[in-house]
Ligand binder design. Structure first.
Ligand SMILES: [Zn+2]
Length: 402
């Protein structure tokens, strides 16, 4: 018996991707042995362990992997939410000094430790919703010092807290106000000064660009991607959210790890993405939270052969949503997912996009013990009960958090 061993008994229904069978499997009556944070054995009538956890015949799934979030901000933007529900659009609010630049002002002025504490609180909320791993972007600093500060906080929180964070640099989130009339100068500054410094800092893995009308055009985005690649930062893109300006085509040409949003993607761009093996990350929470109605064409993307993940896009402006359960619910109601696809797209598929699928994203022998025990019996009960947090227990790296 190992002092770090844990045994889960009476699992009512274990739903997980199985990488040997290559699809989602659902099995009843299993037990799981965890030693030193890893899943050692899955089966029936297994040996005893130091600690026993009774799942009481409930549903068990992998912890969620949220592959698209913006959690490093200082103040919320509930005042803008109030303006939006009073009839102003997101673009109008941004044009009047709100939007991303509003968050930039407060982050630049923020105390390092206070900002870090706020990020930690948000990470604890993610864990309560069953998210055990997430990708997190900088992008509310938009100058050298504040972007490095945002990434340093993500790195510290990742090493000091139990949640796993994969950091992304997003200096191309918006043009900061001091470059309002000269966006090309900001792109130059990004490429000559900030990206080299981010690479030297060594924390960020990805280089994400908001390629959209009013943010960064195709030529600017391409330049930022190519510079990032020179420094070993892999490209990801936000595009086709409000208009199609050719971002998905650029994503294919740049072989982006993923193209995210895609509400306005067209058929020829979809085929280019398939050919270039660009994966899609759909963010229905943003469409919902902005009060819009055009969700990304999931079925068309899937039928074309694209691999698709779903994520929260958690941020203080366009999507104040941290719950993957709610994102799954939106995916079923508005995008045509079935529940098994939605669980796959919020566990294994995002792990594949983040290239951590050898260790994370499914409940299989040898993998990290990142596990949700639900207070529910069937997978469809997850979205059906979305208005309450139906998570009974979250286990992260073999540790029972609650
Ligand atoms: Zn985003």
């Amino acid at each position: 018996m190992n002092s770090n061993s844990l045994k889960l008994i009476n699992i009512g229904n274990l739903l997980t991707y199985n990488s040997k069978k290559n699809f989602m499997v659902s099995e009843r009556g299993l037990e799981i042995i965890v030693i030193d944070g890893k899943i050692i054995e899955i089966g029936k009538n297994l040996n005893n362990a130091d600690q026993i956890y009774d799942c009481e015949n409930n549903l068990v799934t992998p912890g969620f992997v949220d592959c698209h979030t913006h959690p490093v901000f200082f103040n919320d933007r509930s005042n803008e939410f109030e303006m939006r529900v009073a009839g102003n659009t997101y673009e109008q609010i941004a044009a009047n000094g709100g939007g991303i630049n509003n968050s930039v002002n407060s982050l630049r002025d923020s105390d390092y430790n206070e900002l870090k504490q706020r990020v930690i609180r948000r990470m604890n909320d993610f864990l309560k919703f069953g998210t055990t791993t997430l990708e997190a972007k900088s992008g509310y600093g938009l100058d050298l010092e504040s972007e490095l500060k945002s990434l340093a906080i993500l790195d510290e929180v990742n090493s000091e807290q139990i949640i796993d964070i994969i950091p992304t640099f997003m200096g191309a989130h918006a043009v900061p106000k001091e470059y309002n009339d000269k966006p090309d100068d900001y792109v130059d500054h990004l490429c000559k000064v900030i990206i080299p410094a981010v690479a030297k800092q060594g924390i960020a893995k990805y280089n994400d660009v908001f390629c959209e009308k009013g943010y960064f055009d195709i030529h600017q985005s391409e330049k930022i991607f190519l510079t990032g690649l020179d420094y070993g930062l892999l490209p990801r893109i936000h595009t086709d959210e409000f208009e199609n300006i050719g971002g998905a085509e650029l994503a294919s040409a740049m072989k982006c790890v993923s193209a995210d949003h895609l509400m306005c993607v067209n058929d020829s761009d979809i085929m280019k993405m398939v050919d270039a093996n660009v994966k899609a990350v759909l963010l229905p929470g943003t469409t919902f939270f902005l009060g819009q109605h055009k969700y990304a064409p999931y079925k068309k993307l899937k039928d074309s052969g694209l691999e698709v993940a779903i994520a929260t896009d958690y941020n203080p402006g366009s999507c104040n949503i941290q719950s993957m359960t709610f994102i799954i619910t939106l995916s079923l109601i508005y995008m045509g997912f079935d529940i098994n696809d939605a669980i796959f797209s919020s566990t294994y598929m995002p792990s594949k996009i983040l290239n951590i699928h050898e260790t994370t994203g499914s409940i299989e022998e040898g993998k990290n013990a990142d596990i949700i025990v639900w207070d529910l019996k069937k997978p469809i009960d997850i979205p059906y009960n979305f208005s309450k947090n139906s998570i009974k227990t979250v286990i992260k790296s073999g540790k029972i958090l609650f």
